[in-house]
Design a protein around this ligand. Structure first.
Ligand code: NAP
Ligand code: G4F
Length: 323
């Protein structure tokens, strides 16, 4: 009998962790998900996976706990998706962000070395590495210029992943993923904040959304498309890093246009208030990626366009609120 492939995913209850688990189960993997302890279980994104995957307790700030997760799962593939992932919060908690998002990757790499078995490691790198983009669209060779404590922490994680690949001949890949969203996105991120806010306004539950900078632009894709790119990177014979993006950038205003159109509102001015609390000390004005290397070498392309992404998120929030 063929043994199933085993995958260990940190950040299992996050947006990407849950979508990746869905994909790997479909591919007949045995999936182990790392969650940190909390007084109230946070399995909103993974309640449908209970009984189908094994949850393990571990924390990126505790290397021994990661080692035990490796021992208890004996994985062929490790996906390090856990992070303090909210850019805005990283100015409030820069040390904690650096510890989890930066040093957390090092702890997992050291735990893998200690564990001693050969396996494949995926690090969740980000377009925030490009920050003040020096080349548009950005590709794998574009120099980095992070603009937040989060971006700087991810830069460390990115380079330590590469350094361990070169130092110890490990199979380490970094996926430099541009923004990707889904119905499972956390409520503080701008896309979900808007889809949820628009849904509430359309149902008469709220009369406005408070936002910060409306002029920044992002290259937004759909998370289920992007977790497939993670898996493809791990199926290569040789480890390498890839940009995953759509190649198109839209502003927050354009996101608002489409989201409000979904509920029949063509002029949203009266429903949106700008609030300085949501402005950032340093902004990333635009992010746009060139995914041609991933297309050529992985055969990967985005499948979901911007309008479909936005309208799916708004519809999902309307249904959720009605329920
Ligand atoms: P997310 O929804 O915020 O999920 C992050 C997960 O990390 C959460 O489940 C969180 O657990 C967990 N976590 C936080 N601190 C931890 C710790 N100390 N130990 C163990 N787990 C911890 O993020 P996402 O959007 O799915 O993103 C996945 C990864 O990709 C992140 O590393 C993010 O930085 C990166 N990334 C995301 C995007 C994007 O657009 N989504 C783009 C590029 C890169 P709790 O539930 O307990 O808080
Ligand atoms: O939705 P955001 O918070 O995402 P951001 O900062 O682009 O970060 C996300 O994508 C990164 C990849 O590029 C990931 F690495 C990271 O983990 C995360 O998933 O903000 C997007 C834009 C920013 O320019 C922000 O200033 O929206 C602007 N914005 C305007 N009003 C707001 C708001 N962002 C948030 N979160 N909340 C607002 O009220």
């Amino acid at each position: 009998m063929k043994t199933k492939k085993r995958a260990l995913i940190t950040g299992i209850n996050g947006m990407d962790g849950s979508h990746l688990a869905d994909l790997l189960i479909e591919k007949d993997y045995e999936v182990f998900g790392v969650e940190r302890r909390s007084s109230v279980k946070n399995r909103k994104n993974t309640s449908h996976l209970e009984g189908k995957i094994t949850f393990l307790t571990g924390d990126l700030t505790d290397q021994n706990s990661l080692f035990r997760c490796l021992k208890n799962s004996n994985p062929h593939e490790v996906y390090n998706l856990a992070a303090q992932s909210f850019v805005g919060e990283s100015w409030n908690t820069p040390e904690q962000t650096s510890d989890v998002t930066g040093l957390g990757a090092l702890r997992m790499l050291e735990a893998i070395r200690e564990y001693g078995r050969r396996l494949k490691f995926y690090q969740a790198s980000t377009s925030e590495l490009y920050g003040r983009m020096v080349e548009n669209p950005a590709k794998e060779t574009t120099p980095f210029y992070p603009r937040s404590p989060y971006g700087v922490a991810k830069l460390y994680a990115h380079w330590i992943t590469k350094n361990y690949r070169e130092s110890y001949d490990m199979f380490n890949v970094s996926g430099i993923l541009f923004n990707h969203e889904s119905e499972r996105r956390g409520l503080e991120f701008v896309t979900r904040k808007i889809s949820n806010g628009v849904a509430k306004i359309s149902l008469g539950l709220s009369d406005h959304i408070s936002l910060g900078n409306l002029d920044s632009k992002r290259d937004w894709g759909y998370a289920p498309d992007y977790v497939e790119a993670m898996w493809l990177m791990m199926q290569q014979d040789n480890p390498d890093d890839f940009v995953i993006a759509t190649g198109e950038a839209y502003s927050i205003r354009e996101f608002l246009d489409v989201a409000f159109e979904c509920v029949g509102i063509n002029n949203w001015n009266q429903y949106v208030r700008q609030d300085p609390r949501f402005m950032r000390p340093a902004e990333v004005d635009v992010l746009r990626g060139d995914y041609s290397k991933a297309k050529k070498e992985l055969g990967w392309e985005p499948r979901t366009d911007f309008k479909t992404l936005v309208s799916n998120m708004v519809k999902s929030d309307i249904n959720f609120l009605k329920e």
